[in-house]
Design a protein around this ligand. Structure first.
Ligand code: ARG
Length: 472
């Protein structure tokens, strides 16, 4: 090699054009793989020595050099060369400078194609763990709020029209289940990244007597890949992770949309803490739910990240193609965005003030006990369709006279239908309306108590899952 900066100097007579050097570089983006790259290289070097492919002395020199580089990057002392194409070349160049020929032997039985696949898988596993932990934190906040406001009643909506009253705890728990499924998806993404690709080399495997299982064991992988062509061109694990991020963002976006609505003067169900709100530069009275809106807005880019990745992969023949270098930006963006949004939403939720009186007043309006009144008649033998019509007329009367169903007297009811029993007014009591929803998964107090317990158990399982995998 005549040129220390090029890994393929032998075959070429001219240096790379200055513009495309920069155009083709991924260092600014893949720098963040440095830690995984070095850990992977140390495992590879140890394996090469154990297999007698390089000497023990060379492996020791490599490990010493890589440890120094690790310290330099960690401490911000490492000098990245603008001519380094990517993190793999940057580390290898620095290693050669420190360890000479030993350093130049590290790449034996390895290609950047299997190396980058390894690094990306290690990174993805850590990212999935970190995101699962952040999602679990938000679940814990939601469960604490559900417990604290267990019996508060608020209007439930369909078509954003008042439908039936529900418990606030039931509403909050609905989001906790979305997040529980998000953690399921992250666990799946972790599992799909947990396959060790190193040893696939460029695309066809290697003639050296390597031990891939030793590398997998050392790096904590569950298994090794079974097809070298697939291993260097598979990015499904990135798709799984990015899909998990996109769905979680959609969930956060829906929660944030409710926070925006609920904090409006028209709803007035919640007040955001000052530390999570912004003002207006012109309107002194304003308090805006900026960070809920921003989370909703950022959802678009994560959906875009998933789309970028899918489209980037769709036309690629086997095996590695340079197009695949474009995989990292969207994935990192999806990870960073979801991590930031989970944190922001957790802070917003934990500091939220609920105006439970406003919720209760809201739950009395909108004729939300109408179904229960019809059910009362139906349970006394009136065909449901007829009961529906009787109550529909009562609603119309109330609307005309500016009353709610709770304002009706027993005489009003009996005038509408003689079948109404003396206890018919119980049917419109808002707490009773809620409590009556005893079906499994319904909003009745007892059913929600069971649900809260299940949500706690599910969270415990996922917290333990993260804890047993998180590196010290
Ligand atoms: N920077 C490259 C990437 O991210 C590393 C793999 C390069 N391999 C190659 N054959 N050019 O995809």
């Amino acid at each position: 090699m005549n040129d220390a900066k090029s890994a393929w100097g032998g075959r070429f007579t001219k240096p790379l054009d200055a513009f495309v050097t920069e155009f083709g570089a991924s260092l600014p983006v893949d720098k963040r793989l440095w830690e995984h790259d070095i850990r992977g290289s140390i495992a590879h070097a140890r394996m090469l020595a154990n297999q007698g492919i390089i000497s023990i002395a060379d492996a020791e020199a490599i490990e010493l050099g890589l440890s120094e580089i690790y310290g330099e990057i960690e401490g911000g002392r490492f000098v990245f060369d603008s001519e380094d194409e990517d993190i793999h070349m940057a580390v290898e160049r620095a290693l050669a400078a420190k360890a000479g020929d030993a350093g130049r032997r590290l790449h034996t039985a390895r290609s950047r194609n299997d190396q980058v696949a390894l690094d990306a898988r290690m990174y993805s596993k850590d990212a999935a763990l970190g995101l699962a932990q952040a999602a679990n934190d938000l679940r814990a906040t939601l469960l604490a709020l559900a417990d604290e406001h267990f019996a508060v009643v608020l209007p439930g909506y369909t078509h954003l029209q008042k439908a039936q009253p529900v418990l606030l705890s039931h509403h909050l728990l609905a989001y906790s289940w979305m997040l529980a499924r998000d953690v399921d998806r992250l666990r799946h993404a972790y599992a799909s990244a947990d396959v060790m690709p190193l040893g696939s080399a460029a695309l066809a495997g290697t003639s050296f007597p390597i031990d891939r299982h030793a590398v997998a064991r050392e790096l904590g992988f569950g298994s090794v890949s079974t097809n070298s062509l697939d291993a260097v061109s598979d990015r499904d694990f990135l798709l799984d992770l990015t899909y998990g991020c996109a769905v979680a963002m959609v969930h956060l976006s829906r929660l944030c949309e409710e926070l925006v609505l609920w904090s409006s003067d028209e709803f007035g169900f919640v007040t955001m803490d000052d530390s999570f709100s912004t003002g207006s530069s012109i309107m002194p009275q304003k308090k805006n739910p900026d960070f809920a809106e921003l989370t909703r807005g950022k959802t678009g880019r994560v959906v875009g990240d998933l789309t970028s990745l899918l489209v980037m992969l769709k036309g690629l023949p086997l095996a590695y193609n340079k197009d695949m270098q474009e995989d990292k930006e969207p994935v990192f963006d999806a990870i960073d965005t979801l991590a930031a949004c989970l944190r922001a939403v957790n802070g917003m939720m934990a500091s939220l003030r609920f105006d439970t009186d406003r919720m209760r007043v809201g739950a009395r309006g909108g004729f939300m006990a109408a179904t229960d009144l019809a059910d009362h008649l139906a349970s006394r033998g009136v065909p449901f369709r007829e009961a529906h019509e009787v109550v529909g007329r009562l609603v119309l009367e109330c609307e005309r006279s500016g009353r709610t169903l709770q304002d009706l007297t027993l005489d009003d009811l009996k005038a509408a239908s003689p079948v109404f029993a003396d206890d018919a007014l119980d049917a419109v009591d808002i707490d009773a309306v809620v409590a009556r929803r005893t079906s499994e998964g319904g909003t009745g107090h007892d059913a929600v108590r069971v649900q809260l317990e299940r949500a706690r158990e599910a969270l415990e399982v996922d917290v333990a899952w993260v804890a047993t995998r998180a590196r010290a």
